[in-house]
Design a protein around this ligand. Structure first.
Ligand code: FAD
Length: 415
């Protein structure tokens, strides 16, 4: 099969990457249909997340940053504390450009909502209740099959269908399954405001038994999340069946004895609380074939501990659209993978390490509490923190994407 200049694309998955890819492809002159399995964008399960400066930069490249900024809570600082209440240090989450806005925190459902609204306002065809069940080559392009029996043909097919991607298994039936990350996730919106909490500061508490984070939000609320250790992978549906009382008991046991506001925040949180497990994908060996490519969580899901899941999906979407604008498939997919793989796999590895640091044993805890202030201070003295590389990324929309060189040749990093 020869290369093809894409004029049409089927995008599978209307989460974060899907609608943004739809908008970015439109800007690149490619018409996309975005197919979301569920009848509407994802609802609120109490989860909130960060769109970091690198994610905002990607949105800015296609003029889609404003609505996300308006929906989010600016979060220019992260402060780390131990379970004894000691401040271990802090980092500035802003990027190198002092004029650029700080990263924001927002409800996951709100992020989905504003991205979908923008995509629809721009005329991107987003189809809900449209679940991909199969795909095959058809002539020079691809034919996608949906569970309602409908089919769509396009020049290329993009799998933006998340950590349990169907497109990934169609590309590679032997692709590695997502890896269980041994932490539990719980989150909520509390009516308690902790004394001394600073607006714009995300406070992360390395408690004795579990990790806790909180942020002041508008309307006298405090958003929080908790990561108790979860040694054994739960059976499918087990966590969904957990009751509010069960999760409150887990949290009470996790934070008893810590000097933090965790228990006050949980007590003032309307239920029902929900919990979910964490999975990541350290290396997905096949990202593309001649006409199909993966992006976002489908290619490289990361533990929320990295704070980068959404931002990497946004970067991917805009970088892939540039590649398809300038190159035929599959050269566009090769260029995309070359630009993205090393970076996103480094993010996933960092997320895994941070997850492990959230629930160390007693010895690890003491070592961490001793070492972290030194590391943060040394970083601050150099005007940087250890994770600044994650946020330092710029997508130059106008630059032309060169043809990828033969394997083994050096390729410049960045977007
Ligand atoms: C409950 C929860 C909480 C999270 N909290 C955080 C956090 O605090 N911080 C953080 O950084 N990240 C967090 N994440 C991860 C973050 O949401 C993802 O990294 C990000 O959404 C990735 O975007 P995506 O577009 O690649 O995938 P997703 O946003 O997962 O979107 C994939 C979409 O594809 C759809 N889909 C799946 N299969 C099909 C199919 N066959 N046909 C059509 N559509 C399909 C799904 O319904 C979904 O809407 C959380 C994720 C979850 C689930």
């Amino acid at each position: 099969m020869s290369g093809v200049r894409a004029r049409t694309a089927v995008v599978v998955g209307g989460g974060i990457a899907g609608p943004v890819l739809g908008m970015a492809l439109q800007r690149a002159g490619i018409t996309a249909t975005v197919h979301e399995a569920y009848p509407a964008p994802a609802g609120d399960v109490g989860a909130w997340l960060g769109v970091q400066v690198n994610g905002l930069d990607a949105l800015r490249a296609i003029g889609a940053e404003r609505a996300v900024l308006e929906a989010g809570v600016p979060t220019p600082r992260i402060e780390f504390r131990s379970g004894t209440g000691r401040v271990l240090g802090g980092i500035d989450t802003r990027g190198d450009d002092p004029a650029a806005p700080a990263g924001v925190s927002l409800k996951r459902s709100e992020l989905y909502r504003v991205l979908h609204e923008q995509a629809r306002e721009r005329g991107v065809d987003v189809r809900y209740g449209s679940r991909l069940v199969g795909a095959r080559r058809a002539g020079e392009g691809v034919l996608a099959e949906f569970d309602d029996g409908s089919t769509v043909t396009a020049d290329v097919l993009v799998g933006a269908d998340g950590v349990r991607s169907t497109v990934r298994s169609l590309l590679d039936a032997g692709a590695a399954a997502p890896r269980f990350v041994p932490i539990l996730n719980l989150a909520g919106y509390s009516e308690h405001v902790p004394a001394g909490a600073e607006p714009g500061t995300l406070t992360m508490v390395f408690g004795r038994r579990a990790f806790f984070g909180y942020l002041l939000a508008p309307g006298g609320r405090t958003w929080w999340f908790a990561n108790p250790p979860l040694a054994v992978e739960p059976a499918r549906g087990e966590l969904e069946a957990g009751t509010d009382a069960r999760w409150r008991a887990v949290l009470a046991a996790s934070f008893a004895g810590d000097r933090s506001c965790a228990l006050d925040l949980v007590a003032a949180t309307p239920g029902p609380l929900r919990a979910w497990a964490t999975y990541d994908l350290p290396t997905v060996r096949t990202w593309h074939d001649e006409r199909t490519v993966l992006l976002g969580d489908a290619a490289h899901a990361t533990s929320p501990a990295a704070g980068q899941g959404a931002s990497q999906a946004l970067e991917d979407a805009v970088v892939l659209a540039r590649c398809l604008r300038d190159l035929p498939a599959p050269a566009a997919f090769e260029a995309f993978e070359r630009q993205r793989r090393a970076r996103v796999e480094r993010v996933v590895a960092a997320g895994w390490r941070t997850s492990a640091a959230k629930s160390p044993g007693a010895v690890g805890r003491v070592a961490r509490d001793l070492v972290m202030p030194l590391v943060l201070r040394a970083g601050a003295a150099r005007g940087q923190d250890q994770q600044a590389w994650m946020r330092r990324h710029h997508v130059d929309w106008d630059a032309t994407v060169p043809l990828p060189r033969a394997r083994g040749a050096a390729v410049p990093a960045g977007g």
